[in-house]
Design a protein around this ligand. Structure first.
Ligand SMILES: Nc1nc2c(ncn2[C@@H]2O[C@H](COP(=O)(O)OP(=O)(O)OP(=O)(O)O)[C@@H](O)[C@H]2O)c(=O)[nH]1
Ligand SMILES: [Mg+2]
Length: 561
């Protein structure tokens, strides 16, 4: 569905992004006193008086970008003006009429579209008089506004609504929420290139300059009559390497994008080793229980070196043991190879996360797993599971009703989770596991409902201090390419050299944390109350994961046999 587009343009630093955020009613664009912060076209769907239009924020016209991206930014502005049906031309009352404003006015006239001159920073009535100077720009319609003091928004909206094309999509609300896919990763991993391949246009700026993308940009696109939103994000690097405020918040913006996404694609460049930043992003994926895909981009560059997908997958699996269910995709965004299969995969994952399974099915799986390998006795008590139930979807949330929740240790819960995941429809998505138990020991005639219910949520904790040592790196035959790429990779991982590898090869940890009780009905007594088998006193421990053997991969990963 194509909504009419309203573009905000003007020279740098007149307050376009502040004005955009104010009209949008949320903080979307980065607002910063530095000139030339906005680079991409930032869009937001606005509803006013039951009509819809797309508001577009743009970079400053005539700005010289510090990273030589001026041509790209001007290209984005030109595209915004081409697609716009209405132009909002912002100027700054405090700096007065400048030559740069006149240049913008001259450019706008070539488009022959309705232009509303908005004199921004008129924070009080006393400044409105000074706005008259701007009539020299030759536009007949002018409104004094203040994004900061929120002055005259209604007038602006009324003017826009008057000029919006009649009929068509402008009256139609979006049918349903599109699938939101966040694309996160380190700088220069090809996130923007991937999004352009999906949208089949140069929708966002992609360049070899690390740190090209600054804002989180929602890119709406259609595929097979379905609407999607891909969220492009600023590439993230280690805190220590960060320069300036704009970059400082990139990790926070990436986290926010992950939180509001339905599916997350974690982008990696296979030329470089996985860094702490990737692990941090993986932590957020776990924390918010998001379906995710590890996307190994730029596969064209390493395929020439004879690196096999299997070896790369092995490396990723070893690095992210807590996310062993996350699919891995190999793509070449530059040529579009495997871009759409990843989109299809994202849809499949979202469907998985939204599924619901009956209490009977889930209980059967848990009981079977319990019988196959009973949990060891703890605190002189036999752990029991009464039944299991899915109480929510997206993320799938399973409550285990037990006699006492802390009788189940993390490896055992992980074993149960694996069974639920593999035997039910949640193969590739995170599951929230909530433990419910009775505080006190049940005596004959005690009622389950009368007992205090203790509850803990078990989340697989990501490896907190995961490190990669130089020796482990070499053990795997990886070429340390950090020096070839300058500051980015070098700075991210440089200090880790020489440290011992511990966590990356240990099995994933789980930790319990107390949480508020879920809003669910109380457990029914005796639904399934399996007496533990006698041999339970010598219960087998859940199968231990074989420790990955570094030696077995020595010298093979990344190199031809
Ligand atoms: N060979 C090859 N190059 C690629 C591929 N994908 C992206 N690139 C190049 O990698 C560089 C960075 O691409 P971007 O899409 O800007 O990367 P990004 O992750 O958005 O970067 P930031 O916005 O800085 O975080 C560009 O020069 C792209 O042309 C790919 O699949 N193969
Ligand atoms: Mg980018």
């Amino acid at each position: 569905m194509a909504f009419p587009s309203v573009a905000i343009v003007g020279r740098p630093n007149v307050g376009k992004s502040s004005f955009f955020n104010w009209l949008a009613g949320k903080r979307i664009s980065i607002v910063d006193p530095t000139a030339g912060v906005t680079r991409d076209r930032i869009k937001c769907l606005i509803e006013a008086d039951e009509r819809y239009f797309e508001l577009v924020d743009t970079g400053g016209m005539g700005n010289h970008d510090v990273d030589n991206l001026t041509n790209y930014i001007e290209g984005q502005i030109a595209e915004a003006l081409k697609q716009a049906c209405i132009i909002l031309f912002l100027v700054d009352v405090r700096s007065g009429l400048l030559h740069a404003d006149m240049k913008v006015a001259a450019t706008l006239r070539t488009y022959g579209k309705p232009v509303l001159l908005l004199v921004n920073k008129c924070d009080h009535e006393g400044l409105d008089m000074q706005a008259n100077d701007f009539f020299q720009l030759g536009f007949s319609e002018m409104i004094c506004v203040s994004a900061m003091q929120k002055r005259h928004k209604e007038e602006v909206l009324r003017w826009i609504l008057r000029l919006l094309p009649k009929g068509g999509d402008t009256f139609a609300p979006p049918e349903h929420e599109p699938l939101k896919i966040a694309i996160v990763g380190r700088r220069n991993t090809g996130k923007s290139t991937f999004i352009n391949a999906l949208a089949q246009e140069d929708r966002v700026i992609a360049s070899e300059v690390a740190g090209t993308t600054r804002d989180s940009v929602d890119v709406r696109f259609e595929r097979d009559n379905q609407t999607f939103i891909a969220i492009d994000t600023a590439g993230v690097r280690k805190k220590r390497s960060i320069k300036g405020d704009i970059e400082f918040y990139s990790i926070a913006r990436a986290e926010r994008s992950i939180r509001r996404a339905d599916v997350v694609l974690l982008f990696m460049d296979p030329q470089f080793k996985i860094s702490r930043v990737d692990k941090q992003l993986a932590e957020y994926i776990l924390m918010y229980h998001k379906p995710a895909v590890f996307v190994i981009n730029k596969w064209d560059l390493v395929i020439e070196k004879g690196i096999e997908t299997g070896k790369m997958a092995e490396y990723v699996r070893k690095t992210f043991p807590s996310l062993d269910f996350v699919p891995i995709a190999f793509v070449t965004a530059k040529t579009g190879k495997n871009v759409y299969p990843v989109l299809n995969l994202a849809q499949t994952l979202f469907k998985q996360a939204c599924q619901r399974v009956s209490t009977a099915d889930i209980t059967n799986v848990v009981v079977q797993a319990f019988q196959d390998i009973p949990p060891p006795i703890r605190q002189n008590r036999t752990p029991r599971i009464f039944f299991a139930s899915q109480v929510d979807a997206n993320p799938p949330t399973v409550v285990l009703f037990t006699n006492k929740s802390d009788l189940f240790d993390p490896p055992y819960l992980r074993y149960l989770l694996k069974n639920i995941r593999d035997k039910l429809a949640f193969n590739d998505v995170p599951i929230r596991l909530v433990m419910r138990g009775k505080e006190s020991r049940l005596g004959p005639g005690d009622k389950f409902e009368d007992d205090v219910v203790v509850e803990e949520e078990y989340a697989i904790e990501p490896v907190k201090k995961a490190r990669f040592s130089k020796s482990a790196y070499e053990n795997q035959g990886l070429d340390d390419v950090s020096e070839d790429v300058g500051e980015d990779v070098g700075e991210d991982v440089g200090e880790e050299v020489g440290e011992e590898v511990v966590e990356t090869s240990t099995p994933p940890k789980m930790a319990g944390r107390k949480g508020p009780p879920p809003k669910i009905g109380g457990p029914k007594k005796g639904v399934i109350k399996k007496a533990p088998p006698e041999k339970e006193t010598k219960a087998k421990a859940p199968p231990k994961k074989k420790k990955p053997d570094n030696k077995s991969t020595k010298g093979r990963l990344w190199k031809k046999d």
